[in-house]
Every structure is written in C-alpha cells, then in structure tokens.
Design a protein. Structure first.
Length: 125
C-alpha cells in the first residue's frame, strides 16, 4: 500500500481540519501508530478539512446572499444606488470605509474573494 501521510505536515493538517494545533497527547499517540494507522488518521483529517472548507463556502455564499438583500433593501428605502446603500450600512455600523472596508465586509461573513470583488467594484464606480 502506498502511504500519503507526511509526519512533518501532520500538525499543519490538524490545524487546517480543526483550527488548532494538536496536543502533545496526539503527538505521543502518533509516534506509536503503524503506517497504516497513521494513514487512517491522515485520511480522516483530510476528510474533516474538506468538510470544513465546504461548509465555510456554504456559509460564505449564504452571507453574500444576505448582504446583497440588505443592500437591496436599503437601496429601495433610500432610493439610491448600491454604493450609497453600502455607505449607509457602514455608517449605521459606525464603520469608516476608507480604512475599514475589508473588516466591514468580513463582519458580514463575506469570504475573501467576495470581499475583494466588492471592494474593486466599489472603488471603480
């Protein structure tokens, strides 16, 4: 059987899967595992990491949908364009978009790519 686990990456993989580095107990156990057992743990961590990444994408997509709906609602209430609606939303949250724009969008749960796209569109409009 070909093994794909890497001893030097196990800590990084654990952090990607669970958001924190493994405990000393984990390392103590890891040191006693056979290669087959290590591969089983490795595969489980990879599956967990993929599940968490997929879940994060779903949450970010939902957050983007909710952000767009809020902006649309403000546009309708204020009879304004999307840029002014975003400014009004930020102002209501006491955010200064000139230096807190990314943080403002992050606070609405938007992912990195969506934040960058919105910032680029905002600056070019």
């Amino acid at each position: 059987m070909a093994y794909t686990f890497e001893n030097y990456l196990i800590s990084d993989l654990h952090k990607e899967a669970y958001g924190f580095r493994p405990t000393q107990r984990f390392f103590d156990d890891w040191a006693t595992y056979t290669d087959a057992e290590k591969q089983e743990v490795w595969d489980s961590l990879v599956a967990t990491m993929q599940y968490e990444a997929d879940l994060a994408k779903e949450v970010e997509a939902q957050s983007l949908s909710e952000f767009r709906e809020r902006v649309r609602m403000i546009m309708n209430v204020m009879s304004c364009g999307w840029k002014r609606a975003v400014e009004a939303l930020a102002q209501a949250e006491k955010m200064d978009l000139s230096y807190e724009f990314d943080y403002f969008l992050w606070g609405h749960g938007l992912g990195f790519d969506d934040r960058k796209k919105i910032q680029n569109l905002f600056q070019n409009k």
